[in-house]
Design a protein around this ligand. Structure first.
Ligand SMILES: *[C@@H]1O[C@H](CO)[C@@H](O)[C@H](O)[C@H]1NC(C)=O
Length: 575
């Protein structure tokens, strides 16, 4: 049987809804005629109809429409839309591609709004487990954790990115109701249990993981220490009467703490410390009470004392880490962000945990914002700009770059009304210095900030001209002239660029110029895409072998535009 006959059988089976049979026929046809891309497209359709999207995707590479549908089936809406758009570039009137694009775009929009119940972290039972577990509940108020959940809901493969995040691991186990204990964790739990027994449960609710909470304890009672009802807490055998008395004071302190009678709690903890100086949980708890009272200096002092005594007594590293974190939180409250950051970093070297990590990130972010805000000064910004202009006039371009950068930094963030001019000026400096890429970035930023400011276009166009990217320069000048048709600078730029283009396409440019242009063009992703586009390859082949077919191709505006790009890039020459 010939490939065509097999194909006809495949199509018949397909029409009858027998997709597996159709796949068999198309595969047999491909075995005979592997170069026929329609067969792949056909088999892709059969795979997709049988919901085998991965196979369909492979087969669909030759047909944009099929490719789009396969991406869509895999819920890769961005890719689906891109495939349809690529198809539409070749055939803008194709209704199937158009409706495919619409579907992909609306599916993408609804995927952004939230998945239709598909994602792991959108299942009600999972969410309720996360919300009831004290550890994971705390995560739910962390924006980056919520982002992570959404990312995973949208696309489960995003999990790979979060494997290193302890919170993700915990959330997965809690959410799925698993109870996986690795040997490491088992060992850790043992020491923790011992530490807890030694420190005599219960800690006040702030103690276990809400270390140094920031809000005045609003969510009492503590979920973290389920066994922390003072009465029911197992009191470990204590070896001396003073230890027992100390623990009793601590219990009373915890009760007072829970009732938010912090002064009383402090008194009780103080007595406990006097009775038993070896147990740092008393100090740590007193620090928490000072914190709640807003007495951050006293909190810091107790934390420091706890760390010192804890180290001397080789106390569990987690208790020490917790005291250091609490000190950091108190320092942050006092406005000492640098000190806080140092504490969080130190605490993390003792014991890495998500809570401290988050505090570290927050403090670092606050510090960056504080520093940036402190730098803003409208007068100094204007001064730097003036000085920059003077430096430019005396042709000291590096100094001018420095001053314009300074002016940008000093300007108000986000809404600086001068920013586009500063970018434009700095682009001019970069142009003088031959730093094309930097200049281009600034010119583009200028255009982004002020799309009606003609200078941005002329700067960008000049840079592209110098870079011998003539067709791009032409586009830039034209974009500028569309907004400001009489602008002399843009017009001159356009004329010069068109002349250069004509010279090149007539093969009149110097060998050197043509070689440079070609090299740049080949490094340009847009040109690369054109050259690897199967349709364009066919067009280029036809140019040599079948001029009539080539003429037909060029009647298509999209193909003609791409072809022209190759010509103006010096890749193809017309003789
Ligand atoms: C196979 O390709 C031909 C030609 O493009 C088309 O007419 C036919 O509908 C396709 N069949 C399937 C199952 O996609």
């Amino acid at each position: 049987m010939s490939a065509d006959e097999l194909k006809a059988k495949g199509n018949a089976a397909f029409s009858a809804g027998k997709y597996d049979e159709a796949v068999e026929h198309f595969s047999a046809a491909i075995a005979l005629d592997g170069g026929n891309h329609i067969l792949y497209s056909n088999r892709s359709a059969a795979h997709a109809s049988a919901s085998r999207y991965a196979e369909a995707l492979q087969d669909a590479e030759k047909g944009y429409s099929r490719l789009g549908a396969a991406h869509y089936g895999l819920r890769q809406y961005d890719e689906a839309a891109a495939a349809y758009r690529q198809g539409l570039e070749l055939d803008p009137s194709n209704e199937q591609l158009k409706s495919g694009l619409e579907d992909a775009e609306s599916a993408r929009a609804s995927a952004r709004r939230g998945p239709p119940g598909g994602g792991l972290f959108s299942q009600p039972e999972v969410l309720s487990r996360l919300a009831t577990n004290p550890t994971t509940r705390a995560y739910l108020s962390q924006p980056d954790f919520m982002e992570m959940m959404q990312a995973i809901n949208r696309d489960p493969s995003a999990m790979q990115r979060y494997l290193g995040d302890d919170r993700f691991q915990t959330a997965l186990q809690v959410g799925l109701g698993m109870n996986i204990v690795t040997p490491d964790q088992a060992a850790e739990m043992e020491t923790e249990e011992r530490a807890q027994a030694e420190a005599a449960k219960p800690e006040p609710k702030a103690e276990p993981s809400t270390a140094a909470r920031e809000e005045p304890a609003a969510e009492e009672p503590a979920p973290e220490a389920p066994a922390s009802t003072p009465e029911s807490a197992p009191t470990p055998a204590s070896d001396s009467p003073s230890k027992a008395a100390a623990l009793a004071e601590k219990e009373a302190g915890n009760a007072a703490y829970k009732a938010k009678r912090f002064d009383e709690a402090i008194e009780r903890y103080t007595r406990a410390i006097e009775l038993d100086a070896g147990d740092i949980s008393f100090l740590s708890n007193r620090a928490a009470a000072h914190f709640e009272k807003g007495d951050y200096a006293a909190c810091v002092a107790d934390c420091e004392e706890a760390v010192e005594r804890g180290r001397a007594a080789h106390t569990d590293y987690k208790l020490i880490a917790r005291a250091i974190t609490r000190k950091g939180t108190a320092l942050a409250k006092q406005g000492d962000l640098e000190g806080a950051i140092a504490c969080f970093q130190k605490s993390l070297t003792e014991h890495r945990n998500a809570d401290t990590l988050k505090r570290l990130h927050d403090a670092e972010k606050a510090l960056r914002e504080q520093q940036a805000a402190a730098y803003v000064d409208a007068d100094l910004s204007a001064e730097a700009k003036e000085a920059g202009n003077a430096a430019f006039k005396r042709q000291d371009y590096p100094e001018a770059v420095r001053l314009y950068s300074e002016a940008l930094k000093r300007g108000p963030p986000g809404v600086n009304p001068e920013a586009h001019k500063l970018y434009s000026n700095r682009a001019a400096c970069y142009t003088k210095l031959g730093a094309w890429q930097e200049g281009l970035k600034d010119a583009e930023e200028c255009i982004r900030l002020a799309p009606d400011f003609s200078k941005g276009y002329s700067r960008k166009g000049h840079l592209q001209f110098f870079m011998k990217e003539y067709s791009k320069a032409r586009e830039t000048y034209e974009a500028g002239l569309a907004r400001d048709p009489d602008n002399a600078e843009l017009r001159e730029g356009l004329v010069r660029t068109v002349q250069a283009l004509n010279r090149l396409t007539r093969g009149e440019g110097s060998e050197e110029e043509r070689r440079q242009t070609q090299e740049r063009a080949l490094a340009d992703p847009e040109i690369q895409a054109i050259l690897t586009d199967p349709v364009m390859r066919q067009v280029l082949r036809d140019m040599e072998e079948d001029p009539a077919a080539a003429q037909k191709h060029l009647a298509n505006a999209q193909i003609a535009a791409k072809f022209e790009k190759l010509v103006t890039a010096g890749i193809v020459q017309i003789r």
